[in-house]
Design a protein around this ligand. Structure first.
Ligand SMILES: [Zn+2]
Length: 69
């Protein structure tokens, strides 16, 4: 419960971070948040890199529940 984790980056921001589309400043900000936030770190690891681009056009192909053990 600290100020750093109060504001989570959006999934879109995390995606752009993964794709390297954020500015250096924003990227640094997201990186610092992820270091302090296990939740966002977990989300980040679930973003399938370039497949995220497909998600934007074909969301039905993304099944979060399918990845559970
Ligand atoms: Zn977070």
């Amino acid at each position: 419960m600290n100020a750093q984790t109060a504001d989570h980056p959006t999934t879109a921001q995390l995606t752009e971070f993964v794709l390297g589309r954020l500015t250096t400043e924003d990227s640094d900000q997201v990186a610092r948040h992820i270091e302090a936030c296990d939740s966002c770190c977990g989300i980040l690891q679930k973003i399938p890199d370039d497949r995220m681009v497909q998600l934007a056009t074909a969301p039905e192909r993304f099944h979060p529940l399918a990845s559970r053990p």
